[in-house]
Structures are given as C-alpha cells and as structure tokens.
Design a protein around this ligand. Structure first.
Ligand code: FAD
Ligand code: SF4
Length: 512
C-alpha cells in the first residue's frame, strides 16, 4: 500500500509560507497544482483575471521547484484539465495517493469537490486552517455568536483591539475609531491633479506563455490582454505595496469615494488581486501602512481609512461568506427578476457614468470600490436585476474576483439580496450622488437632477421608482425611513409620471 501524500495548492493559495508545505516529506510526497479550463469557463472570466491567476501559479510552481519540491503541475493543455474534479481524480489514482493535505479552500464549492474526490478515491483528507486571514472562520463564528446584526464597525473595533492595530493604551489612536465622515470628499472642479502612475510589470517569458494560452483557450471571454501588467510574483507584489505606501497612501483617505473620468486608480492601492492570491499577507500590508504613519509619511486619516478596508471589510466579508454558505448565493430578498442589461458586457450605453466604468472594467479588469458599488451596482439595484446575474457579472469581470469577497459585497452590500444581514438597509441613490462624487455627468446627455422628461437621468428615474416599489417594506424602517419619507411629498400624479417614465426606460433598455 502506497503512503504517498499530496499537498494540494489551489490557484489562490500562493503564499510561500503555506502550512501545507510542512506536510510534505521531500522524498515521497508531491505538491499538486491544477490549472482548470472550467475555472475560466464556469465562471466566465475576464481574460486578465485568468491570465493573472495562471501567471502567478506558474511562477509559484517554478519557485517551489527551485526549493526542491516535486511538483505535479497540470496545465490547461493537459487532457484532464477540463474539470478540476476529473484532474484531481486522475492524479489521486495515478499517484496512488494515501492522503491529501490542503489549506481551507476560499470557495465553498471547491471544498466540496475536494472532499468528494477524496471520498471516491479512499484518500485521507487533512484540511488545514488558513493563517493568511487575521480572523479565522471559527474566530468569526465566536464573534458572531449571540449577535442579531452583524455590524462591520463592531467587528472592526474588535479586530483593531485584538490585533493591536492603531491602538494606544486600549483606546483608538488619535481618539477616533474612524474617519469615515472626513473620507468622503469629492475632488471639486479642479479634479485630482497630477497622480503617480501605477507601477507596471512587463510580462516575462512565463507570463507571455500564459497570455498566449489564455487567448488560445478562451478567445470569446470578456476583456482583453493588451497592456497586461499586473504583479504576478511575490517580489513584484512587494514592490507594488511599497509603491502604494510611498506614493498614494497619504492621499488615499479623504478621496476614497471620489471618481474621475479616465483616472481608474486614483489613490487606490490596486492590491486586492495580490492579496487574494496570497502574494501578500494582510498583516504585512497593514504593518506597512501603520509604519508610514509612525514615520510621518502618511496622516492618520488615510492610514485608518486603508486599515479599515483590509483589517475590517476584507476579514468581515470572508467571515460572513463562510458563516452563510451554502445558500447565500440564492438570496433575493427584494424579489428582483430583471435580466442584466446587455451593455454590462460591452459598455455600449449613452449613460456616461456606466460607459466609463464598464469600459474601464472591460479594458483593465479593475474598478475601485465606489465605482463598483455606486455606479454598476447601484444601477443593477435600481433596475431590479436578479441578484444571481449581478453576482455572475462581478465574478467575471474583475482581476481580483473571488467568491468569498465578491458574493457578500454584491449580494449583501450592493444588492440587499440577503435582506439586511450585511447592510442594515439598501443604499439607493439618484444621479445626484454620481454628479457630486465624479465628473461623469459633465459629458452626459442626461441631467442628474431630473427624474422625468426628455433628458431625465435614468438613475434618478429609477431611484424614485425604486422608492415607490419598496415603499411598503421600508417606509417605517428605522434607518432607511428618512429616504422613503421623501415620497410623502409626491402626489398621485407625480407618482404616476415616475412609474410611467421608469416603465418606458425599462422597455428601451430591454430592446437594447
Ligand atoms: C459589488 C462589489 C463586488 C466586489 N468584488 C470583490 C472581489 O471579487 N474581490 C475583492 O477583493 N474585492 C471585491 N470588492 C471590494 C472592493 O471593491 C475591492 O477590494 C477594491 O475595489 C479593490 O481595489 P483596490 O485594491 O485598489 O482597493 P483599495 O481601495 O486600495 O482598498 C485596499 C484593500 O482593502 C480590501 N478591500 C477594500 N474594500 C473591500 C471590501 N468591501 N471587501 C473586501 N475587501 C475590501 C481589498 O483587499 C483592497 O485591496 C467588491 C466590491 C463591490 C461593491
Ligand atoms: S447624468 Fe445620470 S446617467 Fe449621466 S453620468 Fe450622470 S448619473 Fe450617469
């Protein structure tokens, strides 16, 4: 009986310090990595997302080999790479594996596939806790126990205290837990001014091979690979972190929510993909930001704003995902059933904000948080798109897309599909919000303040229509009520005008 063991490394587990490597006996056991075509087809992926995952995996494979590990690496061209499950089955049988060790997979469905393959092949499965995250799934379950609502702010404070981040003698550094109120500034007419360019990483031979493979295997997938320049190794990810801390962190805070035409990155870090692939650890990213504060290179307002995203939101959404799966992906609390408009896949719309954000997304695989939440997400919410379709779109088009992070953000925060578990209320807004926070409306044929009439802004029409459609549910809601109380000012004629305008708009969008 063979006692060969397999340390399975998934595409988003590329940390060099992974505990799975400690299970490997160098002479006998193998490290297994699988490229699966299904991963880019089942989730119809942006070409840059597939390329980023595969390039980072192939570089990690080369690093493992250089450390002396025996690596079994299945590429897209392998006969069994069609599905992850069949590739796993074949390898377990070929190596006559006795056991398989893996760090907790990030995605619920992947964990199920691994468990089933091990059962089918009578292989012992060891699932190791994921030390990448600062709050494990059990830690989150403990924090959650006995709470009726999952307020992110409470979780964030708990994390600040338990990990001693920006804490001074048990109290928040600077006397405040958050600077949210100061961190929502628009740029003003003069715009963001000169911005440092995002560092780029010219594809080496390994990455060029991946780019060619992605074009060959997935020619019809969305997005394109021109100018692909994402960090794909640990070394590149570290320089990307250093560059952000040096050049953009200090201005990150105040303008976190602002948007500007043709400036996709502004002062954002663009580190999410490197974090999600585990080329960077959240703790080192947080430490780099707090050290910049200690050295006087970035103000507390910006450092706290950034730490809140990584230590707060990122850990929180992962906790919500794992404590709500399975079942979370099917939620549809607002009963939304419209189809996702076709322009989400092309950017071909006369709404300037959507054209800009979708165009940028398809070109780069990137949009910052407020572009995702308050442009593409907001329109889907107001239009009433079925949440599962919104979920599929977000999972397809961003280089950092990964289900544990994407699903709570899309279904919970953006679409209110979970009925208030993550966001206590829906966040509808009209075109006025976009006009305040960006310059998109300047070049648009619509007028953000108008709900009806010739050049009414579709966001504003659908905003009032959304309030009307959900009046019974939210009019007496303790936090949402204020927005709905504005409806009291509308007489029946005005209500009818809005409903008619929304109906006409829907027909126009459906007709393409
Ligand atoms: C509808 C929707 C879908 C999203 N899908 C994803 C996804 O698939 N993968 C993903 O990593 N993020 C997702 N986000 C969260 C967030 O938009 C991205 O993490 C962020 O825009 C990435 O850009 P950045 O690295 O420049 O972030 P920055 O603005 O520089 O923020 C710093 C880091 O904080 C973390 N972060 C910030 N906000 C969030 C958040 N709300 N949830 C989790 N982490 C956060 C990210 O790791 C990010 O790199 C989604 C948000 C929305 C509204
Ligand atoms: S006017 Fe409306 S549709 Fe046009 S850019 Fe502004 S918010 Fe978007």
């Amino acid at each position: 009986m063979s006692d060969t063991g397999i340390a399975l490394i998934l595409g988003d587990q590329l940390d060099r310090g992974s505990p799975v490597l400690a299970t490997v006996r160098r002479g006998t056991d193998r490290v297994l990595m699988i490229e699966s075509r299904e991963e880019s087809q089942r989730v119809w992926s942006h070409k840059a997302r597939s390329a980023l995952f595969l390039a980072a995996m192939r570089h990690h494979r080369d690093w493992l080999k250089a450390q002396g590990y025996r690596v079994d690496y299945l590429t897209l061209d392998d006969a069994h790479a069609g599905s992850f499950a069949s590739a796993l089955d074949t390898t377990l049988q070929r190596l006559r594996a006795a056991w398989l060790a893996v760090v907790e997979p990030g995605e619920y469905g992947v964990r199920e596939v691994i468990e089933a393959a091990c059962r089918r092949n009578a292989v012992d499965l060891q699932v190791l806790e994921d030390p990448h995250f600062l709050c494990g799934t059990t830690g989150f379950a403990e924090w959650r126990r006995g709470r009726r609502t999952l307020v992110m702010e409470h979780f964030y404070r708990h994390m600040r205290k338990s990990h001693d981040v920006l804490i001074d003698d048990g109290e928040p550094l600077g006397g405040r837990w958050n600077f949210d109120r100061d961190n929502r500034r628009p740029f003003g007419r003069e715009g963001p001014g000169m911005l440092p360019a995002l560092p780029t990483y010219a594809p080496d031979a390994v990455t060029r091979g991946v780019l060619a493979d992605v074009e060959r295997h997935f020619p019809g997938n969305p997005g394109h690979l021109d100018g692909f320049a994402w960090p794909v190794t640990r070394e590149q990810a570290l320089t990307a972190l250093e560059d952000f801390v040096k050049l953009r962190l200090s201005a990150f805070g105040p303008f976190q929510d602002a948007m500007w035409q043709e400036q996709p990155y502004l002062n954002h870090s663009a580190l999410s993909a490197a974090l999600n692939l585990k080329l960077l650890a959240p703790r080192e990213v947080i430490d780099a930001a707090t050290q910049a504060l200690a050295r006087g290179r970035a103000p507390l307002q910006s450092v706290e704003g950034f730490v809140r995203q990584v230590l707060g939101w990122r850990e929180y959404v992962r906790g919500v995902y794992w404590s709500e799966m399975p079942g979370y992906l099917e939620r549809n609390a607002l009963g939304a059933h419209a189809d996702l408009p076709d322009f989400y896949w092309t950017g071909d719309t006369d709404m300037q904000c959507l054209r800009a954000v979708i165009g940028q997304t398809l070109a780069l695989g990137y949009a910052h948080h407020i572009q995702r939440l308050m442009v593409t997400g907001l329109f889907a919410l107001l239009y009433g798109v079925e949440p599962a379709q919104v979920h599929s779109w977000y999972l397809a088009v961003y280089v950092d897309a990964i289900e544990w992070a994407e699903a709570p953000n899309t279904l919970g925060m953006s679409q209110y599909a979970d009925g208030g578990l993550l966001a206590s209320k829906p966040y509808p807004a009209s075109g006025r919000y976009i006009a305040r926070m960006s310059n998109y409306c300047d070049g648009c044929r619509y007028a953000p303040e108008k709900a009806t009439g010739e050049n009414a802004c579709p966001f504003t029409t659908l905003y009032w229509d959304f309030l009307l459609r959900h009046e019974a549910r939210f009019a007496r809601h303790p936090r949402a009520g204020l927005q709905w109380r504005n409806l009291a000012r509308l007489d029946d004629t005005r209500r009818m005008e809005i409903r008619t305008a929304a109906e006409r708009l829907r027909r126009r969008i459906m007709a393409g």
